[in-house]
Design a protein around this ligand. Structure first.
Ligand SMILES: Cc1cc2nc3c(=O)[nH]c(=O)nc-3n(C[C@H](O)[C@H](O)[C@H](O)COP(=O)(O)OP(=O)(O)OC[C@H]3O[C@@H](n4cnc5c(N)ncnc54)[C@H](O)[C@@H]3O)c2cc1C
Length: 424
């Protein structure tokens, strides 16, 4: 096989697929996707529920249908794919080392790389869940794979810890398959996933969500027999007199996702401690020239449509870098998190890019605001560059706001831009 490519994309989820397509459409000749799994599509292949494509296609598709649209496009564009191949290492000079059981150890050179490795789930060890260590404790995504792809039911009577989207989606899925979902427990005082998933997966199926409540102890020797639930205060300390033993045979954890950035770090990519993803500019290029990032590797997205959009931007940037062996950059200014904003992606904006097209910002609120809010992008003097009203701001739902080319002049005067969310 060839060893030199214009653009190599690592990961074939929606971020990687979109990046590879955009790289081809923007002039890169030799584009390769490396995927450790045996099929293209990433996490979407196990997401057989609806809810994909509402923003980009105005359609409500299951995950595999959404993925197939881009897989067909990847094939039509002549993108090469290397399946069942694990990338082990990347150098800042864009050399990629990978392993494949037939081809052996591979040493490939790319003019530009797109990191699209997605994210992994937080496990029991990472949230330091006390109690016995019986069988029957799974992350929600693992259970989703068992049920939707491999055809195994991991248990009969479930408690789900965490109100993340995967946990709520699995509460519905398991109920449809005939299991009993006893409770969803959430340590935070608010929902951590999308409200639409709360309505469609819990409320519609009569499944109880208890906030400010967590698993205090797992009970069982060989197999989970019960969990001890407890209410917690603001400091997550157990409130006396609130313990309850809930009999169950399986505990699912939906307690957060971690962007997969071990490879990124090896290549010298700097990570934002808030997102756990790379610092990126508005072309999704990291601090390492020619290394771009897209999808859940950058931040944990709630909607696939934004992953696809970010993948396209990264793929276009990667093609431009590969063709010119650099990216033309103008003056870059930082994008900062202001009032009630936890983070903003991208982290930097090239002032010149607004002359050509809009730049979409994405952020999450720190605390919920259940009244109408105004999201503003302000310069260093507090002058509003762009704004948008929203019915609420919730930490579980990404806020998106595009800076349009008409704000070009205002942005030229800025030395930094700060995003705030305030009561209207
Ligand atoms: C369970 C679940 C349910 C969701 N439900 C919805 C929904 O209803 N609606 C919606 O819009 N969005 C939903 N999302 C969100 C959306 O689907 C994801 O944000 C999106 O799929 C992430 O895409 P990605 O390309 O970044 O990562 P992934 O799809 O995770 O792809 C990453 C790929 O990289 C590969 N990879 C990783 N490391 C390596 C390596 N070292 N070498 C080679 N390959 C590697 C992996 O095998 C994987 O195929 C859901 C997400 C999850 C997890």
């Amino acid at each position: 096989m060839k060893t030199n490519y214009d653009v190599i994309v690592i990961g074939s989820g929606p971020g990687g697929l979109a990046a590879a397509i955009a790289a081809k459409e923007n002039g890169a000749d030799d584009v390769l996707i490396i995927e450790r799994d045996v099929e293209l599509g990433g996490i979407l292949l196990q997401c057989i529920h609806n809810g994909f494509g509402l923003q980009l296609f105005n359609e409500d598709m299951p995950g595999p249908t959404y993925a197939q649209y881009y897989i067909d496009k990847v094939k039509a564009h002549g993108v090469e794919t290397l399946m069942d191949t694990m990338v082990l290492d990347i150098s800042p000079q864009r050399e990629i080392f990978a392993i494949n059981k037939d081809l052996g150890y591979l040493d490939l050179q790319a003019k530009a790389i797109v990191l699209a490795m997605g994210c992994r789930e937080r496990t029991r060890a990472q949230i330091m869940l006390p109690g016995a260590r019986p069988a029957g404790v799974y992350t929600a995504g693992t259970a989703q794979r068992f049920v939707n792809v491999e055809g195994h039911m991991p248990g009969n009577k479930f408690v789900i810890l965490g109100s993340g989207d995967i946990g709520m989606i699995m509460a519905r899925r398991l109920t449809i398959e005939g299991a009993q979902v006893e409770r969803v427990l959430e340590i935070m005082p608010y929902l951590t996933g999308l409200t639409r998933n709360y309505v469609q997966c819990l409320l519609d199926y009569g499944i109880t969500l208890q906030k400010h409540r967590t698993v205090n102890r797992i009970i069982g020797r060989d197999r989970v027999e019960a969990i001890e639930a407890v209410t917690v205060d603001e400091k997550w300390q157990p409130v006396p007199g609130t313990k309850e033993i809930i009999p169950c045979d399986t505990l699912l954890l939906s307690v957060g996702l971690i962007p997969e950035n071990e490879l990124s770090k090896k290549a010298g990519v700097l990570l934002d401690p808030i997102t756990n993803g790379p610092y990126v500019d508005d072309r999704f290029m990291t601090n390492v020239p020619g290394i771009f990032a897209a999808g859940n590797v950058v931040q944990v997205y709630d909607l696939v449509d934004w992953v696809t959009e970010a993948g396209s931007t990264a793929g276009k940037g990667a093609a431009q870098f590969a063709l010119a062996e650099k990216l033309e950059t103008g003056e870059e200014i930082p994008l900062k998190a202001g009032e009630n904003i936890r983070y903003v992606v991208p982290h930097k904006l090239d002032k010149n890019h607004l002359a050509e097209e809009q730049v979409r910002l994405q952020m999450r609120a720190i605390t919920p605001m259940e009244e109408r809010v105004l999201v503003t992008v302000e310069d260093q003097n507090g002058e509003v560059v762009t704004k948008k009203g929203e019915p609420y701001a919730r930490p579980g739902e990404i806020i998106t706001l595009a800076i349009q080319p008409k704000a070009y002049e205002a942005v030229q005067r800025a030395t930094s831009l700060t995003v705030n969310v305030r009561k209207r």
